[in-house]
Every structure is written in structure tokens, then in C-alpha cells.
Design a protein around this ligand. Structure first.
Ligand code: 6GU
Length: 235
């Protein structure tokens, strides 16, 4: 898979390449990441990439020409372009899966007060990472890349992604490791029992209860099995 990032801050992505899973995916050629400076497509020494909004108002708006020329230059036959903007649809694990199956994803990072609206007509999707405002789309692009790369086949070695939070619509059950007793705070006995069926049921119960308590929005969407109903009735 190839990911191209269009940005006015190419250096912002340096730290992304130091993340262990990302750097391994790059080393193994499972993923390639191309960072493209939008300013390269802004002619003249002034590198004019933004301007004040028609109709007045605060801030600056990213101009059509540099971004659309850059997008045109990097696009390929099967590429999907995604603009990162707080006005986009909210990103989800489902989108991470969808994007991880692409041959080529182009991420366009917004800045200032946003994109000239005409840019967005040339973009396949608009995505936000949540209901808060960032100074630019770069950190949002890194969130997308991190969540996408780990889903590319071969990137994670033994780890399973199937039991993670959001994969089945529930938050993940609590995990413990050594020591079994940390200053008097003990790991639940069932996890030391070696009884795999008991452990499975305990984890399921924990995941159900945690989701019900913390994320009633997810819990309401979740379809309980007969076993789940019994686990929840036990209390
Ligand atoms: Cl994608 N961009 C900006 N600037 N702010 C955001 C965002 C994106 N997602 C949430 N907030």
C-alpha cells in the first residue's frame, strides 16, 4: 500500500517514521509513505498557498491551485483522496479497515481557516478525527496512518486485531501481566485458574460491562447474544 501526504509542514511527519510498527512496515516494503510539500506546487518565490476569504472574516483560506496541482501530480489510477478537515465525517475503525485495503491513499492536510470549497469538489472524501479543532490536518493524518498501517496484512506479527476495542463493537476487557500481586493489588483469580472457558466468559462479561458503563452509545448499538444476556443478568 502507498500513502501520499500533501502538507505544508512536511517535517511534522518525521516522528511518524520513528514509531516501531510504522518503521517496520516501511522497512519490509509492506507500506510506502510519500510526503509531498504543497509549497512545491506554489509558483514564485513567495509560495502563495493561502489568501483571505471572499466575503471577509478572520483567518486565511488555502488556495485551489497549489493543492489541486499537487493532487493531480500525485494521483494514480486507483487512488482515493481524503481531505482532513473538522467538517468531515468522523473517522472510525471501519474507515481504517476500508482505507487499509486501498492500493493508494492520498491524504490532504488542511490549515488556516480551511480549504477553498472548490478544492473539495475534487476530493473523494472529507474526514475529521473528532469534535475538537486542531491547528492543522497533519496530526489527524498521523492518526489515520497509524490506525491504517497496523491493519495492512503482514504488518502486525502475532498480535490479533480481532479482540480489540471497536472491532466487535465492544471496549476491550482489562488485561494484566506479572506480578500477580502488585503491592497488594491482585490480578483476578480467574485469570490464574488456567480454565480457558471461565477466562473467556469473564473477559466477555468485563467487556460488556465496561462498554455499558463508559460507552452507552456503543452498547445501545450492540446486539447481545443469549450468553451475553446471561452474563449481564448474573449481577
Ligand atoms: Cl482532520 N483537522 C482539523 N484542523 N481539526 C480537526 C480535524 C481535522 N479533526 C478534528 N479536528
Amino acid at each position: 500500500m502507498k500513502i501520499t501526504i500533501l502538507t505544508i509542514c512536511p517535517d511534522a511527519f518525521d516522528s511518524l517514521f520513528t514509531l516501531p510498527v510504522i518503521s517496520r512496515a516501511l522497512d519490509q516494503d509492506l507500506v510506502s509513505i510519500q510526503v509531498v510539500d504543497i509549497k512545491e506546487y506554489a509558483p514564485g518565490s513567495f509560495r502563495h498557498i493561502d489568501d483571505s476569504p471572499f466575503g471577509g472574516g478572520p483567518g486565511m483560506v488555502m488556495r485551489c491551485q497549489p493543492i489541486l496541482d499537487a493532487l493531480d501530480a500525485v494521483s494514480t489510477d486507483g487512488s482515493l483522496s481524503v481531505a482532513l478537515t473538522p467538517a468531515g465525517g468522523v473517522y472510525s475503525q471501519e474507515m481504517a479497515h476500508e482505507f487499509s485495503e486501498l492500493d493508494h491513499l492520498v491524504l490532504i492536510c488542511g490549515h488556516y481557516e480551511g480549504f477553498d470549497a472548490r478544492i473539495l469538489k475534487h476530493v473523494d472524501r472529507e474526514v475529521s478525527i473528532g469534535d475538537y479543532i486542531l491547528t492543522g490536518g497533519e496530526t489527524a493524518a498521523m492518526v489515520l496512518i497509524d490506525s491504517i498501517v497496523r491493519l495492512v496484512p503482514g504488518v502486525l506479527r502475532h498480535e490479533s486485531t480481532e479482540e480489540e476495542s471497536f472491532e466487535d463493537g465492544l471496549l476491550e476487557y482489562p488485561q494484566y501481566t506479572q506480578p500477580a500481586d502488585y503491592n497488594g493489588d491482585k490480578v483476578p483469580d480467574v485469570l490464574l485458574s488456567g480454565d480457558h472457558e471461565k477466562i473467556r466468559l469473564w473477559r466477555r462479561e468485563q467487556a460488556l460491562k465496561l462498554t455499558r458503563e463508559r460507552r452507552p452509545d456503543l452498547f445501545d448499538q450492540f446486539v447481545l447474544t443469549e450468553e451475553d444476556k446471561k452474563l449481564l443478568e448474573n449481577n
